[in-house]
Design a protein around this ligand. Structure first.
Ligand code: NAP
Length: 293
């Protein structure tokens, strides 16, 4: 992550515990770092325990706060329940859930198998639903106030070609965010979402811009501010929305994209420029890199 200082004051989240899905890598790691720097405990969870363990060790050292790595495939409800229990056993209570785990890759939709389509829906939409349901049931039973923050994307509301399973899944998460904000408001469970624009990470860039597509399809040119996002800018927003400082914000989808979606709705529609014959080569590159599907 870039050199930074969190926006909130020191120890603003002292005594709080948050669960971050996909917290071992990329933006999940950046947001976890910020929560820890503000004094919170964090449970980071995803499928690859070795990655989580390394991140946990690194972040405990750099922040001095406590990190619990828990292996969990969010597609499996039983694993989600066990992950929640592991967090409760370690920290006693959980104050917020950050649904960040996702799977995605570019492809013309007609080239997708039904299975590939389902896998993205299972991770993004059902995975978010599984976590939200398990945690929500727990909080309602315990009569505990809490905060859910979902990471969507700007094409959740614009739609986008070439990432249709992801667009469908994120659109579903957006609907879940607004629906539960109303239904669970009475339990003092707030539900919000962030729609990030381009924030370079290895995971997203390997699957969305393989090979020299990163140069050919430079996201900076799509953004009115002519730059990509800084991880700290996203992490500050996430920490605020999870914290009690945003206690009256409920059901909001906050876009953080430098104005990108307003400039050209449909983030990946520009992949139209790729000649048909190049897709075989690109598919091969993605197959070699991807771990989620
Ligand atoms: P990333 O590093 O690839 O993060 C994805 C994470 O999800 C990984 O840690 C992965 O860990 C985890 N994951 C995947 N499948 C899972 C499963 N079945 N169960 C549990 N965890 C699973 O990519 P990122 O760029 O940081 O993306 C983070 C979030 O930001 C995603 O929701 C993405 O859609 C959103 N976003 C990113 C951008 C961007 O520009 N980077 C823009 C808009 C939205 P394992 O492989 O260990 O399971």
């Amino acid at each position: 992550m870039e050199d930074h200082q969190p926006m909130l004051r020191d120890n603003a989240l002292k005594g709080k515990t948050y669960v971050v899905t996909g917290g071992g890598t990329g933006l999940g790691k950046a947001m976890s770092t910020c929560l820890l720097e503000l004094g919170a405990n964090v449970v980071i969870t995803s499928r690859k325990y070795d990655v989580l363990e390394n991140t946990a060790r690194e972040l405990e050292q750099s922040t001095g706060s406590l990190v619990l790595p828990v292996a969990c495939d969010v597609r499996d409800y039983e694993q989600v329940e066990l992950m929640l229990q592991a967090g409760l056993d370690k920290f006693g209570r959980i104050d917020g859930l950050l649904n960040n785990a996702a799977g995605n890759f570019i492809s013309p939709t007609e080239r997708l198998s039904a299975n590939a389509f389902s896998t993205v829906i299972d991770i993004v939409l059902k995975g978010t639903a599984n976590c939200t349901l398990a945690f929500g049931k727990h909080w309602i039973k315990e009569k505990q106030a809490a905060s859910v923050l979902n990471i969507v994307t700007t094409y959740a509301f614009t739609g986008s070609g070439y990432v249709v399973p992801s667009a469908c899944a994120k659109g579903g998460v957006l609907a879940m965010t607004r629906s539960l904000a109303v239904e669970w408001g009475k339990y003092q469970i707030r539900t919000n979402a962030i729609a990030p624009g381009p924030f370079p990470t290895k995971g997203a860039w390997d699957r969305l811009l393989p090979g020299d597509l990163a140069q050919k399809f430079d996201f900076k040119n799509r953004v009115p501010l002519k730059r990509v996002g800084k991880h700290q800018e996203l992490a500050d927003l996430a920490a605020y929305l999870l914290s009690d400082y945003s206690g009256y914000i409920n059901g909001e989808i906050i876009t953080i994209d430098g104005g990108e979606w307003l400039q050209g709705a449909g983030q990946l529609n520009g992949l139209e420029m790729i000649p048909e014959e190049m897709w075989d080569q690109l598919e091969q590159m993605i197959r070699n890199k991807k771990g989620s599907v």
